[in-house]
Design a protein. Structure first.
Length: 744
C-alpha cells in the first residue's frame, strides 16, 4: 500500500531557509500526542510555516512503525526533502503497539534512512553550493511554481503598487502564489533575494519595519504602570525596552496634504487608544463620559485585541507593545464569562489570527487556538448551527429562552473566514474539525434552495437572498424578512470574501454571491422619486419596507472589490452593471451623512414617506460601512471625491464625537446640529472606522488587497492560494457570467 504524501502550508516549520549546507538531526524516539494520526498511516513531508523567521525545517513524521511498502518511500521522501531545502530535520514517531517485528523494522528503517541522508549530505558537500535551489527558488520548487515566475509576475515584492491589475487570470494566481511563498521567507532570505534579484535595499519602502518588528519581539512586555494619556512620558514608563523612535515614513507621490490627513487620523487613533488604556485598560470597551470600563463581551479586553492590527498597521508600535504585553500576561479565557459566539469570533479570533499573520508572533496564534477550541463547543447543537452564547469559563454553550431557537444568518454564516485562517496556521486536528463544522452552514443553504423554488408571499422567487434567521436546533431558515442590512449583512459579504480567501478557487461561493446581487437588483433596489437616490429596502412577507440602514453600505464596498479583480468571473456587461450599482449606492450612503444636520449618519433612513426629504432616525454608532465603500471605490476608480467624502466624515467625528480626554463617544441623536453624546466607544472604531480612514490616505501597498482579505471587523487575513480548501469545493466552470438583470 503506497504511503499517502501531503505537503501543505501549516505552521511549525517551512522548507524555505536555505543558506548553508545540510544539517541532519535524527531523533529516533519522539513521543508526542500533538501530531497523532490514525494507526498504520504515515504523515510524511508535512511542511509547516515557521513564524519566527529564524530557522526552518522539514518535519518527516510517522505515526506508527507498521505498514507495508513504506520504508523505501520514507527514505526517498527524506532525500527529496533534503534536495529541496538543504536543511532537514527528520523525526521518526514510533508509537507503542504493533508486533515485535514492526518495532525491529522501525529501528532498521531509522538506521537506513539516516545513513542515506548522511550520504546525501556528503555528496552535496563535494558539489558547488549554488547548484542547489536557494531561498525563494527552493520554496517555489517545493510548491510547484515555475522556475521563472517573474517572467509573468515582474513586480518588486517590496513595492506592490498594483502593476498586475491588467494581468491574465493565470498570471494573477501565479503572483498570489509567489507572494504567499515569499511571505514565508525569513527576513534574511527576503533581503538576500531582493538584493540579488532587484539590486535594492529591502527596507527602501518600509523604512526599518523588519528591524522594528524584531526589536518588538525581543521586548518582553511592558510595565503595568499607567499614567495620564496627556503625559508624554507614558510610553517611556510603560514599555521599557520598546523602541520609541518611529520608523521612516512611507514615500508619497501625492501632495503633502494627503500625508497630513493620514497623520491626523493616526493621531486620533493613538489618542483614542491611550484614553482607553488610562480609563478602561483590560475592560472590553471604554465608557468615555463616565470614564470607566464596560465588560459587555465577557471581560476579555476586546478593544485591545480589536485594535492590534490597526495599531500595527499604523506603526503605533509603543501602543502595540502595550497591547501585546496585556495579551501575554493578562488574557486568560478561563476567567471569561458569557460571550456572544459571533462577536467573539469576528473580533477576538479574527484579531488574534490577523495579528499573527501580520507579525509572525506565535503568542497570538497560541491564544487564537485556545479560544478557537473553546468556541468549538458552540457547534454541538442538534443541527450543527452554532449556539449563540458560550460561557468560556465553564466551557458550555447554549441559548437563552429569549432567542426562541432563532439566530440571525449573519451569526452562522459570518464565522468561516476566521476559522479557515486559523486552520491554515494550526496543526491541531480539533481546529481543523471546527473549520469544517463552520462550513456546514453552506450545506444547509444549498439544501434550502435545492428543496424547491423559494417563494416569498407566493409571488417572489429568489435564488440568492435568504430569510434573515435560522433555527439552530432544526437548521431550517424561517423568517418573513429578507434584507441586505442587519441581521443578514455579513453573510452576504462573506460569500464573496470566502471566494477571495480560497485563492479564487471555490467558484460555488462566488456564484452564490452573484445570485444575491441578482436578487437584490430585482427585488430590493428602488429609486426614490423625490430624491433621485437609489437605495435597498427590506421585504417583510413580500411587502416592501422602504428603510435602509447603515449596515447596507457594506454592499457597494463588496461590489467595488469584485469589480476591481480583473479575473473575477464576470462578463463585461455584469462588471459595468455592478460598478454602476456600487457607485449609486455609495452616493446614497454619502447623502446619509451630508444631509444629516450633524454631518454624521444615523442608523436608519426611511424613504418615500410622502415628504420631499427622507426621515432619519437613530443614533450615530461610529459605524464603518460607508467609509469602507468609499475606500474600495477609491482604489477602483481613483475618483478623488471618495477621499473628500471620507475626510468630511472624519472632520465631523472630530467635531461632535471627540471628548476632552481624546476618546470618542457615540451620539444619541444624529439628526441634531448639536448632537448629545452617549457613553460608549465601540471597539470597532479603532478596528474598522479609523483603519478604513487611514487606508484611504495611504498607498495601496500598505495593505495590498491581492494578498489579504478583510473580515467583517476589518482584520486582514492572508489569502490561501494553494489548495488548503477541499478539492470538491473547487468549480471547473468557465469564467463567463450571465447578466444579473437590469437596474431600474
Amino acid at each position: 500500500m503506497p504511503c499517502p504524501l501531503r505537503i501543505d502550508s501549516r505552521r511549525r516549520a517551512s522548507a524555505l531557509h536555505v543558506g548553508h549546507p545540510a544539517r541532519i538531526h535524527v531523533n529516533e524516539r519522539h513521543r508526542s500526542t500533538k501530531y497523532a494520526v490514525p494507526p498504520n498511516r504515515f504523515l510524511i513531508g508535512s511542511v509547516h510555516r515557521l513564524t519566527k523567521f529564524k530557522r526552518s525545517t522539514v518535519l518527516v513524521r510517522t505515526a506508527r512503525a507498521g505498514g507495508r511498502g513504506c520504508g523505501l518511500d520514507m527514505c526517498l521522501m527524506a532525500w527529496r526533502a533534503w534536495r529541496r531545502t538543504a536543511h532537514v530535520m527528520v523525526i521518526w514517531r514510533i508509537q507503542d503497539g504493533g508486533t515485535a517485528v514492526h518495532q525491529v523494522l522501525a529501528l532498521v528503517l531509522v538506521v537506513v534512512s539516516t545513513r542515506l541522508i548522511e550520504g546525501a549530505h556528503s555528496l552535496a558537500s563535494s558539489q558547488h553550493h549554488q547548484q542547489q535551489p536557494q531561498g525563494l527558488a527552493a520554496a517555489m520548487h517545493l510548491w510547484g511554481i515555475p522556475h521563472e515566475p517573474y517572467a509573468v509576475c515582474p513586480y518588486d515584492p517590496f513595492d506592490k503598487l498594483g502593476q498586475m491589475q491588467d494581468a491574465s487570470l493565470e498570471h494573477q494566481q501565479q503572483c498570489v502564489a509567489i507572494d504567499f511563498v515569499y511571505s514565508m521567507l525569513s527576513e534574511e532570505a527576503k533581503a538576500r533575494f531582493a538584493i540579488e534579484r532587484f539590486g535594492l535595499d529591502p527596507f527602501r519602502r518600509v523604512g526599518s519595519y523588519a528591524a522594528y518588528k524584531q526589536q518588538l519581539r525581543n521586548a518582553r512586555g511592558c510595565s503595568s504602570t499607567l499614567v495620564s494619556p496627556e503625559s508624554s512620558s507614558m510610553h517611556a514608563s510603560a514599555c521599557a525596552g520598546v523602541p520609541t523612535k518611529a520608523p521612516a515614513p512611507y514615500v508619497f507621490e501625492e501632495h503633502d496634504d494627503i500625508q497630513a490627513k493620514a497623520d491626523a487620523i493616526r493621531n486620533a487613533t493613538r489618542g483614542a487608544f491611550l484614553a482607553y488604556t488610562f480609563y478602561a485598560f483590560g475592560s472590553d470597551e471604554l465608557a468615555p463620559l463616565s470614564r470607566g470600563g464596560v465588560n459587555n463581551f465577557g471581560g476579555m479586553g476586546v478593544t485591545i485585541i480589536d485594535s492590534l492590527s490597526t495599531l500595527y498597521m499604523m506603526d503605533l508600535m509603543e501602543e502595540y507593545a502595550l497591547a501585546r504585553a496585556w495579551v501575554e500576561n493578562q488574557l486568560s479565557f478561563e476567567r471569561v464569562g458569557e460571550v456572544v459566539v459571533f462577536e467573539t469570533i469576528i473580533r477576538v479570533v479574527g484579531g488574534l489570527a490577523s495579528t499573527f499573520q501580520l507579525t509572525g508572533d506565535e503568542l497570538f496564534l497560541r491564544k487564537a487556538e485556545e479560544l478557537g477550541k473553546l468556541l468549538g463547543f458552540a457547534f454541538h447543537s442538534p443541527s450543527g448551527v452554532p449556539f449563540p452564547l458560550c460561557h468560556l469559563g465553564r466551557r458550555v454553550c447554549y441559548a437563552k429562552t429569549s432567542h426562541n431557537e432563532m439566530i440571525p444568518i449573519a451569526e452562522a454564516g459570518s464565522i468561516q473566514l476566521e476559522f479557515r485562517a486559523l486552520s491554515a496556521m494550526s496543526s491541531d486536528p480539533f481546529i481543523q474539525g471546527i473549520r469544517f463544522s463552520a462550513d456546514d452552514f453552506f450545506r444547509l443553504v444549498d439544501s434550502y434552495f435545492e428543496a424547491g423554488e423559494v417563494r416569498v408571499d407566493g409571488n417572489v422567487s429568489m435564488s440568492g437572498l435568504l430569510p434573515s434567521k435560522i433555527n439552530f436546533r432544526t437548521g431550517r431558515f424561517k423568517s418573513s424578512m429578507h434584507m441586505l442590512g442587519a441581521p443578514s449583512d455579513s453573510y452576504y459579504e462573506y460569500l464573496f470574501k470566502l471566494w477571495v480567501q480560497s485563492g479564487y478557487t471555490e467558484r460555488h461561493l462566488f456564484e452564490k454571491f452573484r445570485n444575491v446581487v441578482r436578487d437584490t437588483i430585482r427585488y430590493l433596489l428602488r429609486r426614490s422619486p423625490a430624491l433621485g437616490l437609489y437605495y435597498v429596502f427590506e421585504l417583510s412577507g413580500g411587502q416592501p419596507i422602504t428603510k435602509m440602514d447603515h449596515f447596507s453600505c457594506f454592499f457597494p464596498a463588496t461590489l467595488a472589490s469584485a469589480c476591481s479583480l480583473p479575473f473575477a468571473p464576470l462578463s463585461n456587461a455584469e462588471r459595468a452593471e455592478w460598478m454602476e450599482l456600487a457607485e449609486m449606492l455609495a452616493e446614497t450612503c454619502h447623502e446619509m451623512y451630508s444631509r444629516s444636520p450633524s454631518g454624521l449618519a444615523p442608523e436608519h433612513v426611511l424613504f418615500d414617506t410622502g415628504k420631499r426629504d427622507w426621515v432619519m432616525f437613530g443614533s450615530y454608532e461610529q459605524r464603518p460601512e460607508a467609509i469602507e465603500a468609499f475606500l474600495f471605490l477609491w482604489r477602483t476608480t481613483r475618483n478623488p471625491k471618495y477621499r473628500d467624502w471620507a475626510w468630511s466624515i472624519f472632520e465631523r467625528i472630530q467635531q461632535h464625537s471627540r471628548t476632552a480626554e481624546g476618546a470618542y463617544a457615540t451620539l444619541s441623536k444624529a439628526r441634531s446640529r448639536r448632537p448629545p453624546k452617549a457613553d460608549r466607544m465601540h471597539s470597532f472604531l479603532i478596528s474598522e472606522t479609523f483603519k478604513y480612514l487611514y487606508l484611504m490616505f495611504q498607498p495601496d501597498h500598505v495593505l495590498p488587497m491581492h494578498l489579504f482579505v478583510l473580515n467583517t471587523e476589518a482584520h486582514p487575513l492572508l489569502l490561501q492560494p494553494h489548495g488548503l480548501l477541499p478539492p470538491q469545493a473547487q468549480d471547473a466552470s468557465k469564467d463567463g457570467g450571465t447578466s444579473a438583470g437590469s437596474l431600474p
